[in-house]
Design a protein around this ligand. Structure first.
Ligand SMILES: Cc1cc2nc3c(=O)[nH]c(=O)nc-3n(C[C@H](O)[C@H](O)[C@H](O)COP(=O)(O)OP(=O)(O)OC[C@H]3O[C@@H](n4cnc5c(N)ncnc54)[C@H](O)[C@@H]3O)c2cc1C
Length: 325
């Protein structure tokens, strides 16, 4: 019984988080001594589909259907569940991305499966038990859950598992499913892209500002640093509440949870509600003029200083580094 991994695409391309999830699903398949089938929905080129083989997929099911051009939770969940049934897969793996968070419970219902969303480690298999570590309480804690059902759905938190290039290849097959009208209770009519900047949930580098920046007129240096590093900008809740920045940039318990390789917090105190959204960051750099700021307790690197002096110097240093690199 193969493991099935759902591989979402963005504009026909797979992101790094998908290569992570395929690598992770491969490791699960190896532990179960079975094969790995990937499923892709939408317009993705044969070359792009074939890249999934590099990370361990043995086979890729390609679903290309005009009705599935836009992401619809119910319809996509039905397709993935049908693929799981047709492949006789007991374990379905997907990314705990924005769409993955909507899909995992729906697939769970369709397969009568236990769901571990926000998984951060490989399952532990001992004494016939299948346990998995996952985030809990909006990212403020970790929980270990045991999936006792025969079928299992696992949604992997981005940046929790490394990409493993196996150098292998996959065969690509078309997979046709009869999509039911009842799965289209809500239809996407139009998508207007509000920005062409790096999307925050997917960003590998995030430069974030808090109330310490005093006002929206001071965000130029935050944006400049983010652009130089190829990252996204973010902010604390009071900043977006005050209208200094859009709500789409608000990170934390009531905002977006990010999991970048590098999170730079400028003039943010580090309240627990903010930390809930950034705890999956690999490296945290904090710039704050108050040495007692709680954020320093979770920082990998801390700079005690005035953001208006430190950030311009950081920008110059990055520019100088890039000029020589
Ligand atoms: C139910 C609930 C949910 C919440 N959800 C969220 C959430 O999702 N996300 C979130 O962010 N907050 C959330 N909050 C709010 C949270 O509790 C904090 O109030 C908020 O995170 C503080 O934002 P801040 O750090 O930008 O501002 P402040 O707490 O005002 O901190 C500003 C920091 O900037 C530093 N500073 C000032 N001037 C400078 C300077 N020149 N250079 C360097 N540093 C400077 C100060 O030392 C201070 O540490 C929530 C609160 C509640 C009650």
């Amino acid at each position: 019984m193969p493991v099935l991994v759902y591989t979402e695409n963005a504009g026909g391309k797979f992101k790094k988080s998908i290569f992570e999830v395929v690598s992770y699903a491969r490791a699960i398949a190896d532990a179960q001594n079975t094969s790995l089938t990937a499923i892709s929905i939408g317009d993705v080129s044969a070359d792009e589909l074939a890249t999934l083989g590099k990370y361990g997929a043995d086979k890729v099911l390609n679903v290309s259907n005009a009705k599935l051009k836009s992401f619809i939770n119910q319809a996509y969940a039905s397709v993935v569940a049908e693929a799981a049934k047709s492949e006789d897969a007991d374990i379905v793996v997907l990314s705990n991305s924005f769409s993955g968070r909507g899909l995992a419970p729906r697939i769970g219902v369709k397969l009568d499966a236990g769901v571990a969303d926000g998984a951060v480690s490989l399952p532990e298999l001992s004494g016939g038990k299948f346990s998995i570590k996952k985030t809990a309480f909006s990212g403020k804690a970790f929980a270990t859950v045991e999936l006792t059902s025969a079928k299992k759905v696992i949604a992997l938190t981005p940046n929790s598992y490394k990409v493993v290039d196996k150098g292998t290849s996959a065969k690509v097959e078309d997979f046709t499913v009869d999509v039911k009208e009842s799965d289209f209770k809500a239809m996407v009519k139009e998508i207007v892209q509000s920005t062409d900047k790096v999307s925050l949930p997917d960003a590998e580098i995030v430069v974030s500002g808090g109330r310490g920046l005093k006002g929206p007129e001071n965000w130029g240096m935050v944006e400049e640093l983010a652009n130089l590093l190829g990252g996204a900008t973010a902010c604390s809740k009071p900043v977006s509440d005050a209208g200094w920045r859009p709500h789409s940039e608000h990170v934390g318990q009531t905002g977006i949870a990010v999991s970048p390789n590098l999170y730079i917090a400028i003039g943010i105190s580090g309240a627990i509600q903010h930390l809930a959204g950034i705890s999956r960051s690999k490296v945290i750099v904090v710039i704050n003029k108050d040495p007692e700021a709680p954020f320093f307790k979770v920082a990998d690197y801390g700079i005690v200083g005035d953001a208006f002096e430190v950030v311009p110097k950081l920008i110059e240093a990055v520019k100088a580094y890039k000029a020589t690199a």
